[in-house]
Design a protein around this ligand. Structure first.
Ligand SMILES: [Zn+2]
Ligand SMILES: [Zn+2]
Length: 325
């Protein structure tokens, strides 16, 4: 029997290896957004991030120590990779294959980022690609009403607001393939446990490394809460900022953009126009200078035999998808 999720993936992804296959042409782009509005959205996203970046300097020595910095950076790195390599490139787009142990580990790390259980995240994102920036896209900044307030409302909806929308009834049909794995169903059901673990680990390590009770609290705050905030903000910016701000070198039938700031901060996910043009590609930063830490991780996994069937676009497909005007 044919699985509807298989059909969906085949239908919504673009060929990465066959340059002669039909490619969608950007015939009906959404309404253009003014520079002032796009600047406003970028400032709204960047200023809180800069505020949080300034906080450690103010409380250095008593509210933030070396152990907190190490806990913050290492857990940011691991849980962001859980989202980008795990939730996104492995589970949503099947851009590479791996064994169930690696799958489970990435699913747990992704869950620790507190962006929702695996199956809901995957279903929402597959829907985003199917309806990108059109009616039915769960988090497009472009489907709200017109005018400056409409655009700002759209940006809010794309960044955070969509999380509070009720689940659409067809969400289940988007993840039939993942529902076949018992291990992934268990991982999905234990979502609150992984969230708690993501907060408990930095608290315990903070206490053990500093041998103080204050280390427990600062470990929880920086390695747990602040880290969750940063991963949220940066990965959600891919949905909002990267559909508003950046370059569009490829024809992708939507408003997705390549944004260098989030290319680095979001572990390579900010090369979002490239991603919408080649959704199944394991590599989003196709140029050597486009930093894509998630792909480096997949590359290491492949070299060590832990990943295989790593999908990349052929040079011909890359050329055909280039925007000429
Ligand atoms: Zn997108
Ligand atoms: Zn995607």
């Amino acid at each position: 029997m044919i699985d509807p999720a298989e059909l969906l993936i085949e239908k919504t992804v673009l060929p990465v290896a066959d340059p002669d296959a039909d490619l969608p042409i950007d015939c009906d782009p959404p309404e253009r957004i003014s520079l002032a509005v796009r600047l406003a959205v970028l400032i709204v996203i960047l200023v809180p991030l800069l505020g949080v970046a300034a906080a450690p300097f103010i409380v250095w020595g008593w509210g933030f120590r070396w152990t907190d910095l190490i806990l913050l950076l290492s857990l940011y790195f691991l849980t962001a990779l859980g989202i980008t390599v795990g939730y996104h490139r492995l589970f949503v787009h099947r851009s590479f294959e791996t064994n169930i142990v690696v799958k489970f580990v990435f699913a747990v790390l992704g869950s620790m980022a507190v962006q929702g259980p695996l199956l809901k995240w995957v279903a929402t994102h597959r829907k985003h690609h199917q309806h990108s920036d059109k009616e039915g896209d769960p988090h497009s900044p472009h489907v709200e009403s017109a005018g400056i307030f409409g655009v700002l409302r759209g940006a809010w909806h794309a960044h955070i607001g969509w999380m509070f929308d009720p689940d659409p009834p067809d969400l289940e049909s988007y993840v039939q393939d993942l529902r076949r794995s018992r291990a992934l169903l268990i991982e999905n059901a234990l979502f609150p446990v992984w969230v708690a673990l993501g907060l408990l680990i930095p608290a315990v390590l903070g206490g053990l490394l500093t041998k103080t009770w204050s280390g427990v609290w600062t470990g929880l705050i920086w390695g747990g809460l602040v880290r969750v905030f940063l991963v949220h903000h940066v990965t959600w910016s891919v949905n909002s900022a990267c559909h508003l701000w950046g370059l569009r070198p490829y024809r992708s039938n939507d408003e997705s953009r390549n944004n260098a700031v989030f290319g680095v901060l979001a572990m390579g996910e900010g090369w979002h126009n490239t991603h919408h043009a080649f959704p199944t590609s394991a590599r989003h930063g196709l140029k050597w200078w486009q930093i894509d830490i998630s792909y480096w991780v997949i590359w290491i996994l492949e070299r060590t035999g832990l990943a295989w069937d790593v999908k990349l676009p052929s040079p011909q497909a890359e050329l055909r998808m280039r925007r000429t005007s």
